[in-house]
Design a protein around this ligand. Structure first.
Ligand code: ZN
Ligand code: ZN
Length: 294
């Protein structure tokens, strides 16, 4: 460390824009207070780690990007993630703490997550979780048999790992997001990590960009094609907006999944996936009432 001993004490950190927005949601929708508080804590955990994560060294030359786009293969190998094991362990344990405190993790699952956070094999677990998305994409494309019971790690552990890996993966996404060749990517899964989109944004020029559930990379995708089953029959896509016009739901009448989008055409701020996911919890209820699943 080269910190000068005379460095002044750090001033209290300004709230991030996401935190300001989350507080706004809580003030307008007291019924969402629990979800807001949970996400404020997750956000702070991720922010604390993310500032320490170095940018990855990736070969993102035009030729490499073109080749991956043509093969629909994700760019980031697990080995290239700038993963610090001490920080990953901390993220797993603290994420589990937060989830338990808000009742999102049962005691036996909490104990398992804490054990995973101390396990010597945590890197191997993270690798299995990371690679499972790419394997699912290959299986969906028919070029590989489906992964045999993808992994023995429970759904709960997968969820904790997804949250714990986010600071590392989103740093990698920052690098790819800058590249103009990203526009070559026309697939429904993430160009960086092969993750599924779980949110979208409608740009001022009325394009729809999908947002990766794992690394938050954004990429353009046809507006009325279902990213989960590729159904592009408009008559079988149900789309509806919130009364304030801020959000839109695209629901597929073939696979019955739905995707929420932030409508950036008349927005005063950019999309913030974590914030917008909380703000649209009532939309999830509406979509599920109509028989769709996330
Ligand atoms: Zn991704
Ligand atoms: Zn579908």
């Amino acid at each position: 460390m080269t910190d000068s001993p005379s460095r002044p004490a750090r001033p209290p950190r300004a709230e991030s824009r996401e935190a300001v927005e989350l507080h706004g949601i809580r003030a307008r929708h007291p019924e969402l207070a629990g979800a807001v508080d949970l996400h404020l804590e997750l956000l702070e955990l991720q922010r604390r780690i993310q500032v320490r994560v170095p940018l990855p060294t990736l070969d993102l030359s035009s030729a490499v990007l073109q080749q991956h786009a043509a093969n629909a293969s994700p760019l980031l190998r697990f080995e290239d993630i700038p993963l610090d094991l001490t920080d990953l362990r901390l993220m797993v344990r603290q994420t589990a703490d937060v989830l338990r405190r808000f009742g999102a993790l049962e005691e036996p699952d909490y104990v398992k997550a804490q054990a995973a956070g101390r396990d010597m094999n945590l890197t191997a677990m993270a690798a299995r979780w990371y690679r499972s998305a790419g394997e699912r994409q290959l299986a969906a494309a028919g070029s590989q048999p489906p992964p045999a019971a993808a992994s023995s790690d429970s759904d709960m552990l997968q969820q904790v790992l997804a949250l714990a890996m986010r600071p590392f993966l989103s740093r990698c996404a920052e690098v790819l997001q800058q590249r103009p060749e990203l526009s070559l990517w026309t697939h429904a899964h993430c160009a960086l990590c092969a993750g599924e989109p779980d949110f979208a944004v409608i740009t001022p020029s009325a394009e729809r960009h999908l947002i990766c559930s794992r690394c938050a990379l954004r990429w353009k995708f046809e507006s009325l094609t279902c990213p989960y089953c590729r159904n592009s029959n408009r008559a079988r896509i149900t789309s509806f907006a919130t009364t304030d016009g801020q959000y839109r739901v695209y629901a597929c009448d073939v696979c019955h999944r739905y995707l929420k989008a932030y409508d950036g055409r008349r927005a005063s701020r950019p999309v913030m996936p974590m914030v917008d996911n909380v703000a649209t919890l009532p939309l999830d209820a509406a979509a599920m009432q109509r028989g769709y699943t996330s």
